[in-house]
Design a protein around this ligand. Structure first.
Ligand code: ATP
Length: 423
């Protein structure tokens, strides 16, 4: 008899005050192992639309698969999974609405499309439920069960491009306490494994360390599994690690971005790659956010490099009206009705050469001043006057070159592809 391939997806188990769906998944996998059920391949951590309204933090959902021999095994596995989800989920938080999906079929193009929609758009619980019923999946909703959206997407997501993340988890008594990670060892790890691992550091900031009271001690992101084992051996911590887990992920693949030809067609809460011309020189607003307008023949959109993007703003500040850009980012609530494009990175395709017009120089060497509208120029030093002097055209020197510019690790979205991965 053929083995039964069972996919399991889980989401929405945690709250901002604690827990983490990846941790619960990791506990479930070791429980299953203890009962003689080994999962096939790596578990998956799939990041969904960063603008989904009910996300706790990074809008991640998990899935894994098992090959089972008997129908009774399927029932036993489901029982173990559901018991763990019920026991470990933060059900008392009104925003936590777990969903668990069990699916035995193949991953059809319709399922893949659903996953891409959950990554790029907003879907409803009903959309997920209809599809689950259609494909004959077995699913469990706790409270309003919104988690079935992420759970199904985590099973269905195609992973042509992928990265890995190694997660180390703390023991429960340390949750909420400062993390005891040897920062020097993280720098050492970065030295030996970058760029195959990335987003480890951001200048002085240790980017592998979360700042929430969740069970994660640290997470290292990488191009390949092997290098993660090396990285794990270099990082030293002065607290007990309860367990480790390596996830296959869609993090840092730009899977959330859709290429779009008309600015006019961009919608709120979706993420795009869009080309346009800078309409006005970026200006700073309250809070340290840098704002400019990007336009094309169809319309225009406000773009922002928000304060947390720190030094990235130094590049944005150098942009001038007329520059041609390809911008990568998502349309958030923003400042005006149409929403604001939150820039994740941009490619400067063509540089405008801004011209500054200066008054003519007098025969005595001094720059002249306007003598009044239509009256020519007057020298402030020797009082000489000219009626029809021509302005001098000065090409401004640009402090930015063509190429890619990106937000730093500390401000990067989970799904954003770092430039180092483009090579
Ligand atoms: P963490 O990253 O800490 O695991 P989270 O940020 O992933 O938490 P969840 O607690 O999983 O947040 O809540 C996100 C909720 O939004 C889930 O119920 C998920 O099913 C749902 N969701 C995810 N993507 C979409 C989407 N595109 N449209 C509508 N709902 C979505």
């Amino acid at each position: 008899m053929n083995n039964i391939l069972l996919y399991i997806g889980i989401d929405d188990t945690d709250s901002s005050s604690g827990m983490c769906t990846t941790y619960i998944t990791c506990v479930i996998i070791s429980k299953l192992k203890d009962c003689g059920f080994n999962i096939t391949g790596h578990p998956r951590l799939i990041r969904l639309n960063p603008f989904a309204r009910f996300k706790t933090r990074g809008n991640g959902a998990t899935s894994f698969k098992l090959e089972l021999k008997e129908v009774e095994d399927v029932e036993e596995v489901k029982k173990i999974v559901l018991e763990c989800v019920q026991k470990l989920s933060v059900l008392e938080d009104e925003r936590t609405n777990p969903g668990v999906v069990f699916y035995e079929g193949s991953i059809t193009s319709q399922l893949e499309e659903f996953a891409l929609k959950a990554i790029r758009n907003i879907v409803s619980i009903e959309d997920a439920e209809n599809l689950l019923n259609k494909v004959g999946a077995d699913f469990y909703k706790y409270k309003n069960g919104r988690g079935i959206i992420g759970a199904l997407a985590a099973i269905s997501c195609p992973l042509d491009d992928k990265t890995y993340e190694l997660l180390a988890y703390r023991i429960a008594e340390n949750y909420g306490k400062p993390r005891q990670i040897n920062h020097e060892s993280v720098r050492e790890m970065d030295k030996h494994t970058y760029p195959e691992t990335f987003d480890n550091l951001d200048e002085g900031y240790i980017a592998i360390e979360p700042h929430t009271p969740c069970p994660v001690l640290y997470g290292i992101r990488s191009e390949n599994y092997g290098i993660l084992m090396k990285a794990k051996d270099i990082v030293q911590v002065a607290e007990k690690v309860e367990r480790y887990c390596v996830y296959l992920t869609n993090q840092h693949t730009d899977m959330h971005l859709q290429k779009i030809n008309n600015i006019r067609d961009m919608e709120k809460f979706q993420c795009y790659i869009v080309e346009g011309v800078v309409k006005d020189k970026p200006h700073i607003i309250d809070g340290g956010h840098l704002i400019f307008t990007l336009k094309d023949e169809s319309g225009e959109i406000e773009c922002a490099a928000y304060e947390p993007t720190k030094k990235f703003r130094d590049h944005v500040r150098e942009l001038e009206a007329g520059d041609v850009l390809q911008v990568y980012g998502g349309v958030g609530e923003g400042i005006n009705k149409k929403g604001t494009l939150n820039i994740e990175k941009f490619e400067l395709l063509e540089l405008a050469i801004p011209i500054k017009l200066l008054n003519p120089i007098c025969a005595c060497g001094k720059r002249m001043k306007s003598a009044g509208t239509g009256k020519g120029y007057k020298c402030p030093k020797c009082s000489a006057k000219i009626r029809n002097g021509e302005k001098e055209r000065i090409e401004l020197v640009r402090n930015i070159k063509k190429g890619f510019y990106e937000t730093p690790s500390s401000a990067r979205r989970h799904l954003s592809k770092p430039i180092i991965r483009e090579k």
